[in-house]
Design a protein around this ligand. Structure first.
Ligand code: GRF
Length: 209
């Protein structure tokens, strides 16, 4: 059974969706860089081990990442799931977990990498918005996309309403992608990402209009 660690910084609604999905893999631990993150309570309620590793206590990014790396090794983790983890990871850490680490981002990547995606979508006047699950590589929000949840922006939407509508989609696509990885339906090989044995050229699309 695949052992999963979830990295969080905040509310952890995606962590909750992963817990509730009864995955084929086991969530063996949750790491937060913030002691006050509500995600830690969610993990504890579900009987999952937690570790608080505060980035502020380390002299640099590499030192902080190394402590996380050691914790992941101690838990014998196969897959790292970033779920609202608000730290940029060092190249060394990303390389160590390449092909074994996924993230969810609240936009239709490659559009709107980085922060404040909902506001930026509204400012541009886009018709479609959504979220993307992708492998993590050294370049921010640029690893191969595995799945996207797509919604239509309504005339009455504001940044808050878009955030909550995107969240609903996140809670559908993230557990699904993690389950595909757990069961081997998605495989990261040296040459390509495979989906059900075929080279994955496009992310799987989930639409909610
Ligand atoms: C989500 O919007 C996700 O896309 C982004 O951070 C947020 C995490 O929310 N990476 P939560 O902590 O899972 O509720």
């Amino acid at each position: 059974m695949i052992k999963i660690a979830v990295l969080v910084s905040g509310s952890g609604s995606n962590l909750q969706a992963l817990i509730d999905a009864n995955l084929s893999g086991q969530i063996v631990g949750v790491i937060s860089n913030k002691p006050e993150a509500y995600a830690l309570e969610r993990a504890q309620k579900a009987g999952i081990a937690t570790a608080v590793i505060e980035h502020k206590q380390y002299p640099n990014r590499e030192a902080f990442d190394d402590v996380m790396h050691q914790q992941l090794l101690a838990w014998d983790v196969d897959l790292v799931v970033l779920a609202g983890f608000m730290r940029i990871l060092s190249a060394q850490f990303v390389q160590a977990w390449e092909g074994k680490m996924v993230n969810i981002h609240p936009s239709l990547l490659p559009n709107y990498k980085g922060m404040h995606t909902h506001k930026r979508v509204l400012n541009t006047g886009d018709v479609f918005h959504g979220c993307t699950v992708h492998y993590v590589t050294a370049e921010l929000d640029a690893g191969q996309a595995l799945a996207q949840g797509v919604l239509k922006v309504n005339v009455h939407d504001n940044a808050d309403s878009l955030a909550s509508r995107v969240h609903v989609l996140e809670h559908v696509i993230y557990p699904q992608v993690v389950e595909w990885i757990c069961t081997g339906a998605i495989q990261h090989t040296e040459k390509a990402v495979l989906y059900r044995g075929q080279v994955m050229l496009e992310p799987v699309q989930f639409a909610k209009f």
